[in-house]
Ligand binder design. Structure first.
Ligand code: PLP
Length: 452
């Protein structure tokens, strides 16, 4: 009996700890995204595809730290690489160049068609921040263009129109630029152009009007990892940005290693000028990377320009400034390389894709059985459950989905041992197996029986 099962699940310890957390951290969390009502679940352990909370409940984890964990929790090969790096070499970090960063840079150059050279940093947000500043340095222009509904991290320039209120959003062809946080400067709003995703005619009209001021177009090639750009849209946008001298940035923080080893750019067969990576690249540790065309990336080189931190360099031009105490952290790169090697093995990423398709298919059939309109939308190892039959091409289309029903299903799933933050997408890993898939479909059945 489903109701009895739900009544047995207690999260009392989570609730008590969360109340303590509320006292010392605003909203009880260290990232706003971790907050949900009535209270987030406080976790204790993670093994393989499973998470265990402080009350001893077990969950199949589909959040996987917002997609960062592609080999599940504590994969032995990742664990070994990390401990060897830390203990055999006797240090956690050198503060100097080391072999692993060269090896990882070569790996990214080999896998990503838009990458000749790389710089590492510590988060996806840092990578996109560097990308837009580098585009400004390269072009001498200071506006940026981004797409409505696309997320690139939490700093002023890109924290625009990610999820605007419907009353503020402008028109479908000309979306308004709306800050997603209080405190964002009006100067940033004035310097940000917001584009409609998957509408090349509207993009062209907007971009041609201010081409002389726009340094870059930054985009998620597959919005939130599950709404793909159409191949024609991608081709035309590449041609348009090239013609207008605008730097095209693919933000592949979410899609990198998740939709294909070589990211969305491999799927579309297009070379962006700059690429940002994060999440899977760090194997569970904080990471970001900015890669791109040699001609643009070379602007970062203190060998060719004046740099405030580097004594003895010459040149009349100021170099593009990029630094960071923890950049290229050996532990992170050891975990990341071990992760990529696992994905490259026979049965690695291909097996994750196969299992993802199997779960999507099972859920689609189940929702059909319950007569609930549903699309399991996604690419590679990421998908989302979108409760509508209407075609989904962008944020505005997503508003046609039944979010109230989705929320109720997700809340029921939490009590049935399926973990994702309510309303979030699903990510899969090498650790998820057939039994997980069966259990997940069964839990969805019980959740639907409960909420419909
Ligand atoms: N860009 C994209 C596409 C993302 O999905 C994210 C994070 O979800 C970021 C940038 C920011 O990355 P981080 O959270 O590592 O700063």
């Amino acid at each position: 009996n489903v109701t009895e099962t739900a009544a047995e699940v207690s999260t009392a310890k989570s609730q008590a700890l969360f109340e303590e957390a509320m006292d010392v951290m605003p909203g009880g969390v260290t990232a706003n995204i971790k907050y949900f009502k009535p209270h987030p679940i406080v976790m204790e352990e993670g093994h393989g595809s499973r998470l265990y909370d402080v009350d001893g409940n077990e969950y199949i984890d589909y959040l996987l730290c917002y997609g960062a964990l592609m080999t599940g929790h504590g994969h032995p090969a990742v664990y070994t690489a990390v401990t060897e790096q830390m203990y055999s070499k006797g240090t956690t970090i050198f503060g100097a160049p080391h072999r692993l960063e060269i090896t990882m840079a070569q790996k990214l150059r080999d896998l990503y068609r838009g990458i000749d050279q790389v710089r590492f940093c510590n988060s996806g947000m840092e990578a996109t921040l560097l990308a837009v500043r580098l585009a400004a340095a390269y072009t001498g222009r200071h506006k940026i263009a981004k797409f409505e509904g696309h997320y690139h991290g939490g700093y002023d320039q890109v924290l625009m129109s990610v999820n605007p209120d419907e009353t503020e959003e402008g028109t479908a062809e000309n979306p308004a630029c709306v800050p997603d946080s209080s405190g964002v400067s009006s100067e940033c709003v004035a310097n940000t152009v917001v584009l409609p995703f998957n509408d090349i005619t509207a993009c062209e009209t907007i971009l041609r009007k201010q081409a002389d001021d726009v340094s870059c177009v930054i985009m998620e090639p597959i919005q939130s990892g599950f709404i793909p750009a159409s191949p024609d849209f991608m081709k035309q946008l590449r041609a348009l940005t090239e013609e207008l001298g605008i730097v095209l940035i693919y933000d592949e923080v979410k899609t990198g290693f998740r939709v294909s080893l070589g990211g969305a750019q491999e799927i579309y067969g297009i070379k962006p000028d700059l690429t940002t990576l994060g999440k899977v690249l760090g194997g569970g540790f904080p990471v970001g990377a900015l890669g791109g065309k040699r001609e643009i990336m070379e602007l970062c080189s203190p060998a060719s320009g004046r740099d405030i931190l580097t004594a003895g360099t010459s040149g009349s031009e100021k170099a593009f400034f990029h630094s960071g105490t923890y950049n290229g952290h050996p532990t992170t790169l050891a975990a990341g390389l071990a992760t990529i090697q696992l994905l490259e093995k026979r049965g690695g990423i291909a097996d994750v894709f196969r299992k993802t398709e199997q779960l999507k298919r099972g859920l689609t059939e189940l929702y059909q059985e319950f007569n609930v309109p549903m699309q399991a939308m996604g690419v590679g190892s990421i998908f989302n459950i979108v409760l509508t039959d209407e075609p989904i091409r962008n944020l505005r289309d997503m508003r046609k989905a039944d979010t109230d029903l989705r929320r109720r299903i997700d809340e029921a799933l939490l009590t049935l041992g399926i973990y994702s933050k309510p309303m979030n997408r699903y990510s899969m890993s090498t650790a998820h197996d057939e039994a997980d898939i069966e259990k997940t479909i069964d839990a969805h059945r019980k959740a639907l029986e409960r909420v419909l």
